[in-house]
Design a protein around this ligand. Sequence first.
Ligand SMILES: [Zn+2]
Length: 64
Amino acid sequence: MNKNKNKNKNKLDRAYIAKYRASGELVCKKCNKTYYEHPLCYDYVDNYGDPYLNILCNGDLVKL
Ligand SMILES: [Zn+2]
């Protein structure tokens, strides 16, 4: 029983999208461009309708 519960939890963790603050001058390990050069995510906007998260190549969303 407990083992099955843990399996379900792992599935949820895989769907989790990492969101965190980072410096825009950091360099992406996958494409070697700065975080600033990555596209904005339009699924998340602030109260004014402006996107504020950049999408990195690994799928992480960062607030620069
Ligand atoms: Zn990248």
